[in-house]
Design a protein around this ligand. Structure first.
Ligand SMILES: Cc1ncc(COP(=O)(O)O)c(C=O)c1O
Length: 397
């Protein structure tokens, strides 16, 4: 699919062409683990063994690469497996600089797994200011999540990419929270973009998968070797499902983003009513990095994720999550359905309380993944849950 076509056209057509044998418009799911050979080590077609590559994974990888504006896509069995494979490509003794409020599992991987392989990570809440003082002779990589999970802080990717170039470091950006529809980090100077495909790219909460997209031939050769050697690869069926999900990414992201804007505005209006302490949402004018959002996100859209602090401490936050009627209390995000969760007790429970609070993940912080239901219904649901939760805490009902 020509890179001159617009996003929606590429989402539907990239990596998809009619099956040459049957004309099927949608690719068949190629479940075979092995592929026949004409003579030893000379396969009939492109494929030999499904861990190394298979038609459905190939098509999905081509599609995501096209949407991220990259040359290569590499799919993995989860977002975490993507992180693990990239870190495995660094030699022991390497040093990484990471944003502090990254996904809890990424933080866990840096501190509890990568460390035992001889990798050291420094965390900072202000990458732009701190990179020069954190860089050492062993530093190889900068890891950015923007917006971050769960505080929705925004990093100026272009500015970090300039620093990365200055110090000859690789820049990896986790783009899970926005998807390539709202942000394309390679165009801003990143070397590798990663996703938990489990979230917006698949978009239907029925696949666990990850992907990395990049342009550099040497890094690609290293990672494609590790993709096969480590073998943390997705099944043909999951690749097929994720590719199907990807075809509506632009429609889902726009709808989620518009709904989230409405919900965030209602939450912000409850600061005055004394029910909400603070709202983190990149689409609000009050977001501290709104200027960067306007440059970095498509049409300045805020995305589908919001976090906010409810009055009443942890009890207030728990009561909110148990009072919603449309938002389901569950981990994960990026599906068509709306979800809510308490990071301090759920997704980020593994991070020590003092470090968690330093990054703004307070006990009363609620995270919302706003889906594509009717936005007005979501607003009504959030307001009634807020009224109930704060009423309960204050002993009103
Ligand atoms: C921003 C981010 N990156 C990476 C991951 C890990 O992805 P997975 O759950 O597919 O392993 C998650 C999971 O929640 C995430 O939110």
């Amino acid at each position: 699919m020509a890179s001159t076509t617009r996003f929606g056209t590429r989402a539907v057509h990239a990596g998809s062409s009619p099956d040459p044998h049957t004309g099927a418009v949608i690719s068949p799911i190629s479940l075979s683990t092995t592929f026949a050979q004409k003579s030893p080590a000379v396969p009939i077609g492109k494929y030999e063994y499904s861990r190394s590559s298979n038609p459905n994974r190939d098509e999905f990888e081509q599609a995501v690469a096209s949407l991220e504006g990259g040359k290569y896509g590499l799919a993995f069995s989860s977002g975490s497996a993507t992180t693990a494979t990239i870190l495995q490509s660094l030699s022991p003794g390497s040093h990484i600089i990471s944003g502090a409020d990254v996904y809890g599992g990424t933080h866990r991987y840096f501190t509890k797994v990568a460390q035992s392989h001889g990798l050291e990570t420094s965390f900072t809440t202000d990458l732009l200011t701190d990179i020069p003082s954190l860089v050492k002779s062993t530093t190889r990589l900068i890891w950015v999540e923007s917006p971050s999970n769960p505080t929705l802080s925004i990093t100026d990717i272009k500015a970090v990419a300039q620093l990365a170039k200055q110090y000859s470091l690789f820049l990896v950006v986790d783009n899970t929270f926005l998807s390539p529809y709202l942000q394309t980090p390679l165009a801003l100077g990143a070397d590798i973009v990663v996703h938990s495909v489990t979230k917006y790219i698949n978009g239907h909460s029925d696949v666990v998968m990850g992907v990395a997209v990049l342009n550099d031939d040497d890094i690609y050769q290293k990672l494609v070797f590790l993709q096969n050697a480590i073998g943390a690869v997705p099944s043909a069926f999951d690749s097929w499902l994720a590719h199907r999900g990807l075809k509506t990414l632009h429609l889902r992201l726009r709808a989620s983003s518009e709904n989230a804007q409405k919900v965030a505005e209602v939450l912000a209006s409850n600061i005055k009513t004394g029910k909400v302490l603070h709202v983190n949402y990149p689409g609000l004018e009050m977001h501290p990095n709104r200027r960067v959002v306007m440059q970095q996100h498509r049409d300045g859209l805020g995305g589908g994720m919001i976090s906010f602090r409810v009055v009443g401490g942890r009890r207030g936050a728990e009561a909110f999550c148990q009072s919603t009627k449309i938002f389901t209390l569950a981990e994960s995000l990026g599906g068509v359905e709306s979800l809510c969760e308490l990071p301090a007790l759920m997704t980020h429970a593994g991070i020590h309380a003092s470090e968690r609070i330093k990054s703004g993940v307070h006990d009363d912080l609620v995270r919302l993944s706003v889906g594509i239901e009717d936005g007005d219904d979501l607003v009504v649901d959030v307001q009634q849950a807020l009224d109930r939760a704060t009423g309960q805490v204050n002993g009103v009902n």
